[in-house]
Design a binder for this molecule. Structure first.
Ligand code: PLP
Length: 686
């Protein structure tokens, strides 16, 4: 039993139980090849014909053609290829065909990519023209009116996958008719199926692709509608299946499953009604508003799919929001699923003119029409819990800590460093990167900022000074590194920060316990070295001083002189534990520490911080990856085995590799993260 709440229905859906049964039946019993003329083949053919007839009814295909294929990306290719082949033939015959391939600026990437690809392959050399959308995500019909007379093909979508915005298909059709536009018209209906009634043959739409996995059928099965009389060129030729429109032995298990979903749609009573879905959406929106003050919905709720919410929260990135939701067992996505692993802002929100901060914070919450009342109730409770955790998260200074907290912003690339002392409320910012400014302000905002320092003498000191001014740090009487004139050291509670001249205008900053005088090499536990080579610090630090660089992609997190002497690759043996190895390690080492390196919000939302909630009844510590350097010294000294964990295994692998490089012989991570390594059921609060 999983306590996952899946709110990413626009990315894909689970499979309807009746569809699973139908697929199993097609594989076990009705497994014939529909092209065979014996009884098994005839049975499969009957299944195929009946599925096609049902699909035609459900989408209102009239006398148009419906072919089964692998999904919408293939359907889009086929539609584009068909239209462009026809255009080329007409042009070759001397006909005027228009010069533009017009596509909605918020289309799924498969559309502009297919247009560009086939335009090149077929040597058409038409111009691709993005049809702008307004701030609500609706196509600019005035712009379409201007483009339509020169359009050879027009591609629009029925509903947007990121925002749920419903296109004004009737309005688009009216413009195409009014302008006597002869263009072929494709409407991507992927997100529309099952959400509202389709009557395709009643419109002038030439092509409409569909995808099974967006509506409780398996991945790898889809449909393409082609209007009667619209040109067609097969994308795949061979054995002549699907009346030679799409060759290849049919995916009968997928077709049977999709048929079961379409049967449920046709018969009614299985999927929620539009009003029920609107009620679910309104309840989720109310919980989000209550949980996340300042939330902004990125498309007006009255003209989006009732199953999609796209929102942003001031001061929080998509990643931060998604991580906390995921830790609470609520699966949502940032932007679209295809782009959520990339840092690039959403092109859909950009096309709508949404400000950059909202694009960087956007979350899509979407559910399918099979969702039930209890799931929505549970989702609302978890949203409210996530909100409480996110609102509680502020500067992560531990006021009881004896040593200051060292915080790294940005891992695996350019880093900014903060030294925060909870006891005195003092803080120093080192090498701040502009992209981290908001987070620096959030962390250092409540502190007394003693200095904003650069390790490289200011080629451009102004950004530093501007940030220092905003943070209330001294800006006059500072040198070109931002160091207060006339001071030998900055004192942060019981710690002292002092300079080390690395030559060439480079300065490093050394941190150690304050015993009154200058720090000895042995006393330096952290050195902030900017872009200096570790060896340049040899005169100032000891072998195990943690070297915190301005860029850490090669030595993630931090390094040391000892670590730089390691041969690359001689630290990773046996580092990744599977569940059996994890159990064995914990049984052998009662002193082993299990450390969750996710952010504190994710840790809190996951519920694994409760005593003994970890593997083998261990209590899991939380040391977010960006605060790892605060703890490393103590861990190296104790030598107790360390098992790092996080969701996917990426952050914990970095932590374990870092500890090993620094000389800890027993640092491990969970192979594939908590998502894959067996872990006792995580206790999500309701
Ligand atoms: N069009 C839209 C609107 C989509 O949401 C998707 C899937 O994300 C696609 C096309 C591509 O569909 P498929 O995954 O079936 O290739």
């Amino acid at each position: 039993m999983t306590s996952e709440i899946y709110l990413d229905g626009n990315a894909t859906s689970p499979v309807l139980p009746a569809a699973i049964d139908a697929a199993v039946h097609a594989m076990r019993i009705c497994y014939g090849n529909p092209s065979s003329s014996h009884t098994a083949g005839l049975q499969a053919r009957a299944l195929l014909d009946s599925a096609r007839a049902r699909a035609q009814r459900v989408i209102g295909a009239g006398n148009g053609r419906v072919m089964f294929n692998s999904g919408a990306t293939e359907g889009i290719q086929t539609a584009v290829l068909s239209a462009l082949c026809a255009l080329r033939a007409r042009r070759d015959a001397g006909e005027a065909i228009g010069a533009l391939l017009v596509y909605g600026a918020t289309e799924h990437k498969a559309v502009p990519q297919s247009l560009a690809h086939w335009n090149t392959v077929l040597g058409l050399n038409l111009e691709l023209a993005a049809l702008p959308v307004d701030g609500d995500g609706l196509h600019d019909l005035a712009a379409l009116r201007r483009l339509a007379p020169r359009a050879a093909m027009v591609c629009t979508m029925a509903a947007n996958n990121e925002t749920g915005v419903l296109s004004d298909i009737a309005g688009i059709e009216a413009v195409l008719n009014d302008t006597a536009c002869a263009a072929y018209w494709m409407v991507d209906c992927v997100q529309a199926l099952g959400k509202f009634r389709l009557q395709l043959a009643k419109s002038r739409i030439d092509y409409a692709p569909f995808s099974g996995h967006k509506l409780y059928a398996p991945k790898g099965i889809g449909l393409l509608y082609v209007r009667a009389g619209a040109p067609f060129t097969p994308l795949i030729v061979g054995g002549g299946q699907e009346s030679a429109l799409r060759s290849g032995t049919e995916n009968m298990a997928g077709i049977a499953a999709l048929d079961a979903v379409l049967a449920a749609l046709e018969q009614g009573g299985v999927f929620r009604t539009h009003d029920q879905l609107c009620d679910f959406r309104d309840r989720l929106a109310a919980s989000l508003r209550q949980a996340l003050p300042g939330i902004v919905f990125n498309a007006p709720l009255d003209h989006v799919l009732p199953t999609t919410l796209n929102f942003s929260v001031p001061g929080l990135t998509s990643r931060e929001l998604m991580d906390v939701f995921d830790a609470a067992g609520v699966r949502v996505s940032s932007g679209s699923a295809c782009s959520s692993t990339k840092a690039a802002p959403s092109y859909v929100l950009e096309a709508m003119g949404i400000p950059a901060w909202r694009s960087a914070s956007a979350i899509r919450m979407s559910f399918g029409p099979l969702t039930d009342d209890a799931t929505i109730t549970q989702a609302c409770a978890r949203i409210e819990r996530c909100g409480a955790i996110l609102c509680a998260g502020g500067p992560c200074v531990d006021s009881d800590a004896a040593a200051p907290s060292v915080l790294q912003l940005g891992s695996g690339a350019e880093c900014s460093w903060l030294v925060l002392d909870g006891a005195s409320g003092g803080c120093v910012v080192i090498d701040p990167r502009p992209e981290h400014e908001e987070r620096i302000t959030a962390q250092a905002g409540g502190c007394r900022v003693l200095a904003v320092l650069a390790t490289q003498a200011g080629a451009s000191p102004e950004p530093w000074r501007a940030l220092a001014r905003r943070l209330g740090a001294p800006v006059t009487d500072t040198d070109s590194h931002g160091w207060p004139q006339g001071q030998d050291a900055l004192v942060l509670g019981g710690q002292r920060l002092q300079r080390a001249n690395c030559g060439g205008g480079r300065q490093a900053y050394l941190l150690g316990a304050n015993t009154g005088g200058a720090l000895s090499r042995a006393a330096v536990h952290h050195a902030f070295i900017g872009h200096a080579a570790p060896q340049q610090l040899a005169a100032f630090v000891h072998d195990d001083t943690l070297l915190c660089a301005a860029r850490d992609e090669h030595q993630p997190v931090c390094s040391s002189l000892r670590a730089t002497r390691q041969q690359p690759g001689d630290t990773g043996n046996g580092m990744h534990l599977d569940s059996t190895a994890l159990r064995a390690l914990l049984a052998l080492h009662p002193n082993a520490l299990v450390v969750d390196v996710r952010d504190s919000g994710e840790h809190a939302a996951s519920g694994i911080g409760a005593p003994h909630a970890g593997p083998e009844g261990r209590t899991v510590l939380n040391v977010p990856l960006n605060r790892l350097t605060s703890q490393i010294g103590a861990w190296l000294q104790s030598g107790a085995p360390l098992v790092f964990c996080c969701r996917s295994g990426a952050r914990s692998a970095k932590a374990a590799a870092c500890l090993r490089r620094l000389g800890h012989p027993q640092a491990y991570d969970l192979a594939g993260g908590m998502a894959l390594t067996m872990w006792p059921q995580l206790p999500h609060a309701a």
